[in-house]
Design a protein around this ligand. Structure first.
Ligand SMILES: NC(=O)c1ccc[n+]([C@@H]2O[C@H](COP(=O)([O-])OP(=O)(O)OC[C@H]3O[C@@H](n4cnc5c(N)ncnc54)[C@H](OP(=O)(O)O)[C@@H]3O)[C@@H](O)[C@H]2O)c1
Length: 393
């Protein structure tokens, strides 16, 4: 039976996740229609994508770039400008699914808008959950919205859970989950040299080709910390039920350990098109363009315990879950500012964890039940972190 193509919104279409998503969509014109795309600053790439995929709507979230983009796009698609329009495109009646590929907390409100409208959310933007996990999961439940994780580790866990599993519910018969971590580029580097690490070195990930913010997070292991928090919300687990194993080859993407002693794992080449194709195609398996894993060529799979002293950001994330309330949002905001400062050469690599830790220690943790409060908190923490950056500059 012929089914009509699914209407997809790709948020962050100009980024690494957006590019991988559109690469898969281009392979399946019979299955997907790109309804809307968004970008923030890269008008040339956005215009190029608009020409190729002919979406009905193109959103540029930085409204200062509206005229430049309109001139490039001409009459092809409707151009909308401003962060608010990201929410508009996620809630259009025609939308079947939204791929959340914006980096950082800027993606939080469109993610919330998507689940509030009861749409299927394909989530890469982990910061949205770290910042507003409770609100997002509750809105998804209240509006019967499905969340499919795209982060390779969480997608691996999702694939190892029963087909009927829905995110937000604590899985039955579980012992624990194991998130694998590549260890990033500095796993074996002498810690006494960490202060000399440059942004380009931190962004040169050994296995994955990603945007600069997540690449730095991978180098500090903050990325794994954010993923522990993401797993806490997605799978309804405490931090003690979420282990991290360093697996430098990035072939096993994560594992679920069941009570009976069975351990289920998902394996594949380190290529984000695999989890994204899983999310887009569900319940079908569709081609992704990724190479097939050849285990006969891989006799090198290793696992190590993480080093929480060398990589303090990992411990901060576990602490944030234990503390609860706004502590995860506080950690996320501090980290976005410290990473930005490192990437613009204002502070050293080691100052990232120091700033994050100090902000966590000084902050007052509370409970939050609405977006306005969260946004205010986010702004306040960012302002404090910017002040602290000056002390470490
Ligand atoms: N890349 C990966 O392999 C990977 C894997 C797992 C999870 N993730 C997660 O996926 C998300 C995206 O990562 P990425 O690596 O694709 O990042 P990226 O390559 O830096 O792309 C980020 C995207 O977000 C847009 N953006 C930036 N600032 C924005 C703002 N203030 N408002 C609205 N849009 C904004 C960018 O637009 P412009 O480029 O036009 O400025 C771009 O489209 C992150 O949360 C990351 O943790 C990524």
């Amino acid at each position: 039976m012929m089914t009509s193509p699914k209407n997809v919104v790709v948020l962050g279409a100009t980024g690494s996740i957006g590019t991988s998503t559109l690469d898969i969509i281009a392979r399946h014109p019979d299955k997907f229609n790109v309804l809307a795309i968004s970008g923030h600053s890269n008008v040339y790439k956005l215009a190029e994508l608009a020409q190729k995929f002919k979406p009905k709507f193109v959103v540029i979230s930085d409204s200062n770039k509206y005229s430049q983009l309109s001139d490039l796009i001409g009459n092809g698609s409707t151009v909308l400008a401003g962060a608010q329009e990201l929410e508009t495109i996620c809630q259009l009646d025609a939308v079947d699914m939204v791929v959340a590929g914006i980096v950082g907390s800027a993606g939080m409100q469109p993610v919330l808008a998507t689940v509030q409208a009861g749409k299927t959310l394909l989530l890469a933007n982990k910061e949205a959950l770290v910042l507003a996990g409770e609100l997002v999961m509750k809105a998804a439940q209240d509006n019967n919205a499905s969340i499919i994780p795209l982060d390779s580790e969480h997608n691996a866990i999702y694939q190892c859970l029963p087909d009927s599993y829905r995110c937000g519910i604590t899985p039955k018969n579980l012992n624990k989950i194991i998130l694998t971590a590549s260890g990033g580029p500095f796993w074996n580097r002498e810690v006494s040299t960490f202060a000399e690490i440059s942004p380009d070195e931190a962004c040169a990930h050994p296995n994955w080709d990603m945007g600069r913010k997540i690449s730095v997070d991978s180098a500090t292991l903050m990325n794994k910390g954010l993923e522990i928090i993401e797993a806490h919300w997605l799978f309804g687990l405490n931090e003690k039920d979420i282990d991290v194993h360093v697996h430098p080859q990035s072939i096993i993407h994560s594992m679920v350990c069941y009570k009976d002693g069975s351990v289920l794992a998902q394996l594949g080449e380190p290529d984000m098109r695999i989890p994204i194709a899983n999310g887009l195609g569900m319940p079908e398996r569709i081609t992704s363009g990724a190479n097939m894993l050849d285990l006969l060529q891989r006799d090198d799979l290793q696992f190590f315990a993480p080093d929480y002293i060398k990589f303090p950001c990992l411990a901060l994330a576990k602490q944030a879950i234990k503390t609860g309330g706004t502590s995860m949002a506080i950690l996320n905001a501090a980290n976005e500012i410290s990473v930005e400062a490192f990437l613009s050469n204002q502070i050293s690599f080691t100052a990232i964890a120091k700033i994050n830790a100090k902000i966590m220690t000084n902050a007052t943790v509370s409970q939050v039940d609405n977006v306005a409060q969260l946004l205010q908190l986010d702004e306040e923490v960012r302002a404090n972190a910017r002040q602290m950056v000056k002390q470490y500059a």
